[in-house]
Design a protein around this ligand. Structure first.
Ligand SMILES: [Zn+2]
Length: 254
């Protein structure tokens, strides 16, 4: 079966809308009142490559009234000012997906300069307020270590999710490595989660939602590059199968 298509993504969004989750940007989360009586999704996208897929996701979200936060790498194949501007014009937040310490092979001084330069470059397009590390799996350098020596808050930044979001409260769901069940293939995109959900298919997340098992605040980290363009036939088959065959696959251990 085909998971990770834009149709599946659209369905995921619609279900969260149906269940009254409000989609807020990361900037909203840190600057607006967060009510404990309400439900929120922070839809984070790490734009590692294929920025045109992010634009597709941004258009789809906009049509549903969904706001997301797009963390852009500033490497050549990803930093496309026209695409970044278009995504911002659709009401989404633009953030910086940094990798400076990996980029400079652990040279802290060169890394902070690289960070400043790229942040400035992005800020010519959008007033960036949030950052998140790109966890290059083949580099031995974890770019978050930069913040042992420097402070991103000195750059007018609000957050780096790894440090500023309490993932014992906020459920973190990532499609890193193009799978939901990525604990073994995923080196750095991890948090100290307060939850123990185990999802294989996008449908498992939806089932957990429908069973009222999900907490009030969820951060998704979805890489649009992993999601394929529409496949109408597949969607029809999928919807039919779903209607007939409502099998819960989520194995949930709290
Ligand atoms: Zn990344």
């Amino acid at each position: 079966m085909k998971d990770f298509t834009f149709d599946t993504y659209k369905m995921l969004l619609q279900e969260f809308i149906n269940f009254k989750y409000e989609f807020i940007t990361v900037e909203d989360y840190f600057t607006q009142y967060i009510s404990s009586a309400k439900k929120y999704v922070l839809m984070r996208h790490d734009v590692d490559r294929k920025p045109e897929n992010s634009l597709k996701a941004a258009i789809l979200e906009n049509a549903l009234g969904v706001k997301a936060t797009y963390y852009f790498r500033t490497v050549k194949q990803t930093f496309k000012p026209e695409i970044i501007s278009k995504i911002a014009s659709l009401g989404h937040e633009i953030a910086y997906h940094y990798e400076s310490l990996a980029q400079t092979n652990g040279d802290y001084e060169a890394a902070i300069k690289d960070f400043e330069k790229n942040l400035k470059m992005l800020r010519q397009i959008y007033p960036v307020k949030n950052i998140a590390m790109h966890g290059r799996p083949i580099s031995k350098w974890d770019s978050r270590l930069l913040w042992g020596k420097y402070d991103y808050k000195d750059y007018g930044l609000l957050s780096e999710p790894y440090f500023d979001i309490d993932f014992s409260e906020v459920l973190y769901i990532t499609d890193a490595s193009r799978t939901w069940d990525n604990i073994e293939v995923n080196l750095r995109d991890r948090v100290n989660s307060g939850y123990n959900f185990y999802f294989t298919h996008t449908e498992d997340i939806i089932d957990a939602l429908k069973s009222d098992l999900l907490p009030n605040v969820i951060m998704f980290n979805i890489h649009p590059e992993h999601w394929a363009a529409n496949d109408i036939e597949w969607y029809k088959t999928y919807a039919l199968r779903k209607g007939k065959n409502f099998i819960k696959r989520a194995i949930i251990n709290r």
